[in-house]
Design a protein around this ligand. Structure first.
Ligand code: SF4
Length: 389
C-alpha cells in the first residue's frame, strides 16, 4: 500500500523544510526518512503490532464499559457522547443514566424528543442528541454493520462510522479521533497533514487481524503516552517506528489561536398573572429543540415580542449571566417582565424547571429563584460575572 510516489514525494519535500530540519539542532530529516522506510517493511509492522498489543494488554483502559459490551447500541451511544465530552464526565453523569432511561435503540426511537434532550442536558452539542434520536427512528432498532450503512444515518461522520464498525462489529477499519490524529502526525512526522493523507496513514498502520484492540490501543496511547504537551517516547510501543520522536512538539503544527467572540444580549423572562413563565423551543441549528426565554441583542433599546414593544425600563433586572459555548461567549442581562399573552408555551414553575434547556437558561432559572446553582463554584462564578456587568 505504501510504496512509490507518496513516500518518495514526502521524503523529497522534506528537503525544502529547512527550518524543521534544523529545529533545536536535531537532524530530523534523516530520522523521518529512516522512519518511513522502516515502517514500509512488513516484518517491522508485525513487530510493532505485537508490541502494541502487549502494551494494550498491560496498560490499556480495557475496563471502560463500552469496551466490554457486545451491545452495538451502547458502543454507538458512547461514541456519540465522547465526541465532545471527556471520558470522566460521560462515565460519571451520562452514559449509564442514558442507557437506563433508553435501554435499547427501539426504546430511544419511541421516546419523545423532549425526553431525549432532557437526558442529554448538560452534555452540550445538543444536535448530537437529536441526531441520535433520528438515527434510532430510522434504523428500526438494528444498527447497520458497515461504514457506508452507518454513515447514511444522521450525525454519523467518517470517524464515528469507523469507530462503531471497529468496536461494535470488529470490522477491519482504522479509527481516527483527535488523539490518534496526533499520534499519526508524529509517527509519520506530518506537520500539516490533510484529511486524506491521515486516513491513508491510519489504514497503513492498522492491524486488520485485531482491529478492536489495535484501535483502542492507539486511542489510549494518544490519551496517556503521546500527550500533546509531554509525550513519553521512552515508554511508547510506537517508538521503534516513530519518525517524529526526535521533536514530537513539531507534529502536528500548532493551529493559530481562535479569537473568542462575545455576544451580548438581553434575556427577558415573561411572567403572567397566573404565575406562569414563557419559554419556547428553539428552531435553529444551534441548541435546536431546547427551550429558551425571549431575547434580543444588547444594543436594542427594547424587545419586540408577539407584536408588542417591551421597554427594559418597565422590567426588573435580575442580574447577568455569562456562558461559554464552543464558538462564542454569551453575556446577557436578565430581565423579568409582566405579560398577558394567551398562547402556547406558558409553564408553571414546577414544569419549567423540567424542560430541556441549555446552561444559560439554567443560570436564568437560578436568578429567578426556581433552582439552585449546582455548586459553590458555579454560584461564585455567577456572582463574579454579575459584578462585572
Ligand atoms: S514515540 Fe513519542 S512521539 Fe512517537 S508516538 Fe510515541 S510518544 Fe508519540
Amino acid at each position: 500500500m505504501w510504496r512509490g510516489g507518496k513516500s518518495y514525494t514526502r521524503a523529497a519535500s522534506l528537503k525544502s523544510e529547512d527550518k524543521i530540519m534544523t529545529y533545536a539542532g536535531k537532524h530530523i530529516d534523516s530520522a523521518v526518512v529512516l522512519g518511513y522506510r522502516r515502517i514500509m517493511h512488513h516484518e517491522v509492522l508485525r513487530s510493532f503490532h505485537r508490541k502494541l498489543h502487549r502494551w494494550y494488554d498491560s496498560q490499556g483502559r480495557k475496563d471502560l464499559p463500552w469496551r466490554v459490551t457486545s451491545d452495538s447500541y451502547a458502543v454507538y451511544l458512547s461514541e456519540i457522547m465522547l465526541q465532545q465530552t471527556q471520558v470522566k464526565t460521560v462515565l460519571e453523569r451520562y452514559y449509564f443514566q442514558f442507557l437506563k432511561r433508553f435501554p435499547t435503540l427501539s426504546a430511544l426511537a419511541s421516546a419523545k424528543q423532549d425526553e431525549v434532550l432532557q437526558a442529554w442536558q448538560g452534555l452540550g452539542y445538543y444536535t448530537r442528541a437529536l441526531n441520535l434520536h433520528k438515527a434510532a427512528q430510522r434504523c428500526g432498532g438494528i444498527l447497520p454493520e458497515t461504514v457506508d450503512g452507518l454513515m447514511a444515518l444522521p450525525g454519523i461522520g467518517r470517524n464515528t462510522a469507523h469507530a462503531v464498525a471497529a468496536f461494535a462489529f470488529h470490522q477491519p477499519v482504522a479509527v481516527m479521533e483527535a488523539n490518534v490524529r496526533r499520534v499519526l502526525s508524529r509517527v509519520f512526522a506530518l506537520s500539516k497533514a490533510g484529511e486524506d493523507e491521515l486516513w491513508d496513514r491510519a489504514a497503513q498502520l492498522l492491524d486488520k487481524g485485531n482491529p478492536f484492540d489495535y484501535n483502542q490501543a492507539m486511542m489510549d496511547i494518544g490519551a496517556t503516552v503521546c500527550t500533546r504537551r509531554a509525550p513519553r517516547c521512552s515508554e511508547c510501543p510506537l517508538a521503534d517506528i516513530c519518525a517524529g520522536k526526535v521533536a514530537p512538539e513539531l507534529y502536528p503544527a500548532a493551529k493559530p489561536k481562535k479569537i473568542v467572540n462575545v455576544r451580548r444580549k438581553h434575556i427577558v423572562v415573561f411572567k403572567n398573572s397566573k404565575g406562569q413563565f414563557y419559554a419556547q423551543p428553539r428552531q435553529s441549528r444551534f441548541l435546536n429543540g431546547l427551550y429558551h426565554f425571549a431575547e434580543t441583542d444588547a444594543g436594542d433599546p427594547h424587545l419586540i415580542w408577539q407584536g408588542l414593544r417591551y421597554a427594559f425600563s418597565k422590567g426588573k433586572r435580575l442580574g447577568a449571566i455569562r456562558q461559554q459555548y464552543s464558538h462564542f461567549t454569551l453575556e446577557a442581562d436578565i430581565w423579568l417582565m409582566a405579560a398577558e399573552h394567551s398562547g402556547r408555551h406558558w409553564h408553571k414553575p414546577g414544569a419549567l424547571v423540567h424542560l430541556p434547556v441549555s446552561m444559560a437558561e439554567k443560570k436564568v432559572m437560578v436568578l429567578l429563584g426556581l433552582t439552585k446553582a449546582g455548586t459553590d463554584t458555579a454560584r461564585a462564578k455567577m456572582a463574579k460575572t454579575d459584578r462585572k456587568q
